[in-house]
Design a protein around this ligand. Sequence first.
Ligand SMILES: [Zn+2]
Length: 268
Amino acid sequence: MKKIQSNKTKLDIPVVAGIENIFLSYNIAPAAYHGGKLNGVDCREVMKLAHSVFSDIKNYLLSISHSDRCTNEVLISICDLHADISITLDIISSKMWIKRGETNDEDCTILERALRQLDHLWSKAGLSFTPKIHGILYHALHQWKLLRGFGDMLEDDLEHLHQTSKRISDRTSRMRNKTQQAFSHSKIEAKLNNKEICAATSAVELDAKRTFKKRKTDTCARGKDAKLERDSNRMTSLQTIEQKEHIKMVSFYDDEKGRILASTANED
Ligand SMILES: [Zn+2]
């Protein structure tokens, strides 16, 4: 058994496992509870690191020799195309996470350009237009313009609201009187939503740890610089992607369909 294992060459290691290892090297792991898919945080990470992640995957795939493997040319363009899709998605999500009323004209121009690019890349990649991607491509911009940003209304915040609500429910769940229970729930909720109370609470907390207060302003400033830098990097990437000529990916299904159509045409 040992001998067989040691005789195993690179080819015998499933390619999927190899790609998973690449993701792991970036601390990105398909979550078991997510059916082996990436969770939201990891998806953001993939978008942010798309350049190097996909170039690692590309080099890994190029190193594999197999009789069924597609040509280097096709392999390279598929990897590059998916890297570009991730980068474009990163630009789009950065604009869509802008909070209500905080967008400007430049954001709008960039978002429009990135959406056009995504639409183009998505069909080049032969990916299917699911309801989610359709919503992003054809409906999100309209609402984004109406609300001038909706970052504070997205899933993450809704998820956060669910959690807050659950925490309150946990506190009130043992109450026998249902009316009293509902009343307490809304009272706690109102307290949490009250800006003055929140401000007072965090002021007390900040007072309690003065060093933390100082560090916090530092990280804020640094965060802003980093954000500006990320934004300009994103802009450069978008410009490069827009200028690229992507080749159209033909899926196995389309390929077969084309072949069958061609053969029936010949029979006529
Ligand atoms: Zn629609």
